[in-house]
Design a protein around this ligand. Sequence first.
Ligand code: G3H
Ligand code: 13P
Ligand code: ZN
Length: 326
Amino acid sequence: MRYNYKDLGLVNTKEMFTKANKEGYAVPAFNFNNMEQMLAIVEACAEMGSPVILQCSNGARNYMGKPVVAMLAKAAVDVAREMGSDIPIALHLDHGSSFEQVKDCIEWGFSSVMIDASHHSFEKNIVESKKVADYAHGKDVTVEAELGILAGIEDEISNEVHIYTQPHEVEEFVAKAGVDSLAISIGTSHGAHKFKPGDDPKLKLEILAEIETKIPGFPIVLHGSSSVPAKFISMIKEYGGEIKDAIGIPNDQLRGAAKSAVAKINVDTDGRLAFTAGIREVLATKPGEFDPRKYLAPAKKYMKEFYMTKITDVFGSEGAYKKATK
Ligand code: G3H
Ligand code: 13P
Ligand code: ZN
């Protein structure tokens, strides 16, 4: 064991989710890829007193390196405490694809993992998820699995159409797999193109409602929940970027879900858009600028402001814990 997550000041998601479901909000799971993004996330959540899941994909882990991921997560805890906030912080593997990968993440300080075996058969999904849950629980690490497939690219596997989660399968799945939370497919998808122009951007909230009756109180997870803010799309275009027909999930659809048994909502793309808009703005308006801090600081500011707005408009998790005093 290189790092035990508890020594880094991190927590698993168990108590976070119990409190979130009891109090009718969802915990933000924001993906991070570097120091600026980690700081934007933790400062936003500490200022608002919101619990947070620092979410790291395998790609992000390869980009940053294992020790850096662990030390950035530890730094996030220290930053929150320095700010006078007691928010719980989890470090979570996003879309884990194998038992070996999950094991390696746990050895390097992750407090929570996802095993995404959703593209396998129902039976194989249970076997793979259970293997991970048995191992992870031995280390007091929480496990998310997925049932149903999101349209678009998911874990390097692409699917033309949504395969919605079948409500009649969820009870058996969670009982047999023994996982702590379940990601479902109700019409969200990854990336900046979630609907085609002219589509009605609606989620299948009736499927969510039915799932909730099958597994009452069980923590449900929504992936692919970026709202793709028009402000960042127009900034990116104005300052030389190309991004066509980008459409996200309307916040009002997600807000209703957050009040229900949805305990975790994943947002990655919106952070990327805010970051890119901020950098493009500085580089386009100040072409002589070559100090990275001068374009990374505004990019971080846009991300932080975005995370705070999303907490208010979608998660409803403000004030769940002590807000920063400094
Ligand atoms: O669900 C996928 C996440 O948005 C992570 O994306 O693998 O490019 O880091 P990534
Ligand atoms: P978005 O692409 O909508 O941000 O979804 C992120 C996600 O689900 C990460 O697992
Ligand atoms: Zn995802």
